[in-house]
Design a protein around this ligand. Structure first.
Ligand SMILES: [Zn+2]
Length: 250
């Protein structure tokens, strides 16, 4: 009896002083590490971690690096880290599942002078199967390749690879705070019917990019870059001209 009580007390103590809660860094909201990327004040280097299931290799690794390098200030560079992971979950994903998998297989976003973002490519679909990609906190996104394959129209244009490239950049755009997630743009380019998204179908932040209706909306080319309004917002945030809220540091 005494032994049992002792064990319980010890385990609860170790929970208290372990890394479980006390030292966990805040995970924030999408856009919460936008300035951490756009400015070099604290993070001079950035690593983009691609965690993918066997057979789910990301097609947009270099493109994401290119897009981030274009807008972010990282004097020591942006580096791609690719890791195959067994997520051991093969059907339906919730936002919590995505967060849990990232923090199980990945590490903190801000542990050092390097900023770490995580892009997950799991097997299976989001619990809302019309969703092709999600941004779930300040440094985590998931892209659902099974759903992307399903969303290709009978013409095969845009192709699954083209859709995946657009979806991946789109979710990274949410981590950068687009559109109006952690700031208010002086330009009227947020779609009132789809908050957080661009009203311009030439922008990668257009709402339909992360939706399974994409194959019906785009026939042929699909944007995989930010438009001039998105870029103007990012420049304003980087320069300090646009005030940013919900930042995990600064
Ligand atoms: Zn979106």
């Amino acid at each position: 009896m005494v032994f049992v009580i002792f064990v319980i007390i010890t385990s609860s103590m170790s929970g208290c002083f372990g890394s479980d809660e006390l030292f966990d860094e805040s995970r924030g909201i999408p856009g919460g590490l936008a300035l951490a990327c756009l400015q070099d004040d604290k993070f001079e280097k950035m690593k983009i971690h691609f965690l993918f299931e066997n057979g789910y290799d990301p097609v947009a690794m270099e493109l994401v690096k290119t897009r981030l390098t274009q807008v972010c200030d990282k004097p020591d560079g942006v580096q791609i880290i690719a890791n195959e992971v067994d997520f051991a979950e093969d059907n339906s994903w919730t936002a919590d599942d995505v967060r849990d998998a990232r923090w199980k297989h990945g590490d903190d976003a801000m542990g050092s002078s390097t900023l770490n973002w995580y892009l997950l490519f799991p097997k299976g679909t989001y619990d809302d199967e019309s969703v092709l990609g999600v941004a779930v906190d300040a440094s985590t996104v998931a892209v659902f390749k099974d759903s992307i394959d399903e969303s290709v129209n009978f013409l095969g244009r845009p192709s699954a690879d083209e859709i995946e490239r657009a979806v991946t950049v789109h979710e990274v755009g949410h981590l950068l705070g687009l559109v109006n997630l952690v700031y208010q743009s002086p330009i009227d380019h947020e779609d009132p019917d789809h908050p957080g998204h661009s009203s311009n179908d030439d922008s990668v932040m257009y709402w339909a990019i992360e939706s399974s209706s994409i194959g019906n909306i785009f026939s042929g080319s699909i944007p995989d870059d930010f438009d001039s309004d998105d870029k103007s917002d990012l420049e304003g945030m980087a320069s300090g001209e646009l005030k940013c809220s919900d930042q995990l540091w600064s």
